[in-house]
Design a protein around this ligand. Sequence first.
Ligand code: SF4
Length: 325
Amino acid sequence: MMKTCEIPNAEQRQRISNKTFQGEFWKPCPGTNAPYYCCGYQIITPGTGCGMYCRYCVLQAYFENHGQTICDNFGDLEREIHEKMASRKGIVRFGTGEFGDSLYLDHCTEFSVKIAALLQPYNAVIEYKTKSTNIGNLSKIKDPGRVIIGFSLNTPAMIALMERGTASLDERLDAARKSVEMGFYVAFHFDPMFWYEQGLDEYRMVVRKIFDYVREPEKIAYVSMGGFRTMPSLKSFLKENGLHVPLFSGEMINGADGKLRYFRPIRTEMYRAMREEFDAMHNGITLYMCMESPEVWDDSGMRSRIPDGLVAYLDKRVDAMINGK
Ligand code: SF4
């Protein structure tokens, strides 16, 4: 039986500290290349850690410090972005949610407002990914049409089982609705998706629910999907704390990127169900899979969406959003 409420290092997770960040603030998403398709996302990191808790979060195995850290040298971040953008060609898709939740501390940091202003002169979008409803600062953003508020979604059963301190599904969707009303684009991320009894029906229900809240589907920038996959170090970390069940109770394979993942037929079935449901709700959603193999793109009926590749698919969508092309 899974223990649902325990949070490893719970006290540490709530600690917030400032730090002068060394090194690069802007890095490409660490997606491995072949045989999986990477989406070409670019990560800006103005802080690390998260005050919410998800059982599957790899950060708990990745960082020794489980607290939240905010960079106090935002000027260096600005300088780096200006320098690198000066020689950059083409559209750039940025996000800040790789090493923590983009909005959880936004009422303290205002990074959402500062980074949107920083990128405004460039051919770029910024996505803030969250499982919170901390959208109060967003109204200060001058040009919301170049900003995407990304909500990570899961089924109510999986949110209840795997997450603590995150907003409920309805609360996230309501925040998405409000974001659209403020003029932002929204994105939805079904990542990680879990394989469980009734799971497919419940994920389909979540897809339908999106359209109850977001009445202008053209304001959905894109939707991503990813079956649960992770570094083996997360399994070891959770095992030490007696929390690895049921996340790791089924059989998984070791992928070409060294990550544990579900067997291919399982992943394919989940993606196919989601594709069918999205197509039934609105035939024009930009839907993609994160770090999947060409075979899975074929088997799940997704291949025809990316005739020029995944990066071009998403660049084209963002170009249409911000440049009207
Ligand atoms: S909300 Fe995101 S960053 Fe925070 S614990 Fe969950 S997965 Fe990790």
